[in-house]
Design a protein around this ligand. Structure first.
Ligand code: BES
Ligand code: ZN
Length: 458
């Protein structure tokens, strides 16, 4: 084991250089012009996996290719060894707005022990940490106590549309004892965390169509409804004064938080003032009756992600816009059902929409919420690995983000996901100036090393 740990230490600057190479690919899955970049990024990853001693291949899908890489299987002496999957994603969120980046998003830059660039934290750096841990075993000739298969996909940020079919098709090969995922966060570098719940998600776009074309607002304004105004009024009715989502049936199935869980939440480090400053808001806002930790991870929400209508260029243009559109996602918690929630939203919007505009709703991706036992032997093993790597007591948390495929791992492969996030709250995931702490990168690699020992022992 010492050889493995020494190897990681000795090769840390090379690992950072490799992460930089990886981050240079603008693998933005939401933007069709990056299709080729996603492919090149996947190819780079396969090459990298081979270079560290894995058997790797790039698997075509209807969407972006999936990287599958396996540790060389030890000669079987009849006994079966545990088999674990490591899941990650090589696609990233759009980098816009570009002018807010202090250095270009796909030109990684190290400063004060952190690496800046789109995807450094979500999820290229976190996934690479696991590859480096396995590399250290393979390159030092240290026997692994288990078989490991990496599955790194290119569509996580757009809902993992191709992966479920891939799991079904390859379920014999991918059948495993658990899935290890580093694509979440921890409250601070002194609070390494095992995440035992994720929120689900449902996305859709609402468009209100008004006049057949943009109209002169002086000549026609006052005789037709303004779709932008109608949309604002419509959306404004969807939240009440207590910060609750005002859609009948929206909260159906929401499991109340137990007193035990609320007590655990209260023990997590949190300073409202620091949190507010980090986010740059004049005052925090959330559903009344819940703490910020609860609001952001254990309560469902309704968010407008984008709002478009009319003229957006410089100066003014006096028009009544022909249409107005909102991009919306709702975050869901156990046991809300994404399909049912969307149905309720449709019904309600139809009811609220005035006859002066035409309502159009298009549905996007969706994912169910996820909840797993934090007391299972595997979870306990993961906690021990976190403790050894970070040198402090890990915490159990719920997270507000979504990883759409985790429920499919359970349904198709019957495997629980161990969510061992390496991101810090100020990593700026999905925001300008995303960064990854290089100390988290190094400790994540170390965690990977301990993890295989701990997990294989249970
Ligand atoms: N890494 C995140 C998910 C995450 C972040 C979970 C922080 C918990 C804490 C992941 O890459 C992500 O952003 N997922 C998307 C999924 C969506 C587009 C379907 C998300 O949550 O918005
Ligand atoms: Zn993300």
């Amino acid at each position: 084991m010492q050889a493995v740990i020494d190897y990681l230490k000795k090769n840390q600057s090379r690992a950072v250089a490799e992460l930089c190479e990886y981050v240079r690919f603008p693998s933005v899955s939401a933007q069709p012009q990056h299709r080729g970049d996603l492919r090149s990024c996947g190819e780079w990853l396969v090459e990298h996996c081979r270079a560290i001693g894995l058997e790797a291949r790039l698997c075509a899908t209807k969407g972006n290719p999936i990287v599958v890489a396996k540790t060389p299987r030890a000669k079987s002496n009849g006994a079966t060894r545990p088999h674990f999957m490591v899941y990650g994603h090589y696609d990233v969120q759009p980098a816009e707005p570009l002018d807010l980046w202090k250095s270009p998003p796909f030109e990684p830059r190290v400063a004060n022990g952190v690496l800046f660039g789109r995807g450094t934290s979500d999820d290229k750096g976190q996934a690479l940490a696991h590859l480096k841990a396995v590399e250290a075993y393979l390159k030092t000739g240290t026997p692994l106590p288990c078989d490991i298969t990496f599955v790194i996909e290119g569509e996580e940020e757009v809902g993992s549309g191709s992966l479920a079919a891939f799991l079904l098709e390859h379920r014999a090969e991918l059948d495993c004892d658990a899935v290890v995922i580093s694509d979440t966060g921890m409250p601070s570098s002194k609070h390494p965390a095992l995440t035992y719940a994720l929120r689900g998600i449902a996305s859709f776009e609402v468009t209100l169509h008004g006049p057949a074309r943009d109209l002169h607002s002086g000549i026609f304004g006052g005789t037709v409804d303004n779709p932008a105004m109608a949309l604002c009024q419509l959306l404004g009715k969807l939240r009440d004064k207590d910060g609750r989502v005002a859609i009948p049936g929206f909260y159906d199935g929401v499991q109340p938080l137990s007193a035990y869980e609320r007590k655990q939440f209260a023990r997590l480090p949190f300073k409202a003032r620091d949190y507010q400053r980090l986010l740059g808001v004049p005052k925090l806002f959330g559903e009344r009756g819940f703490t910020p930790h609860e609001q952001r991870s254990a309560r469902p929400t309704f968010e407008i992600n984008g709002l478009t209508s009319g003229y957006q260029g410089e100066g003014s243009k006096t028009i009544v816009p022909a249409w107005a559109r909102a991009k919306i996602t709702v975050r869901l918690v156990p046991d809300q059902d994404p399909a049912k929630v969307i149905k309720r939203i449709r019904q309600h919007l139809k009811k609220l929409c005035p006859p002066t505009v035409r309502l159009e709703i298009t549905e996007g991706h969706g994912a169910e919420p996820y909840l797993v036992s934090p007391t299972s032997p595997q979870a306990q093993a993961a906690l021990r690995a976190l403790k050894s790597a970070f040198g402090c007591e890990p915490v159990l948390i719920r997270e507000g983000g979504s990883i759409p495929i985790v429920n499919q791992f359970k349904k198709i492969l019957h495997a629980d996901s161990l969510l061992l996030g390496l991101a810090l709250p100020d990593d700026n995931a999905h925001s300008p100036n995303e960064k990854f702490d290089l100390d988290c990168f190094a400790k994540g690699q170390l965690m990977g090393v301990y993890l295989w020992q701990e997990l294989s022992g249970v």
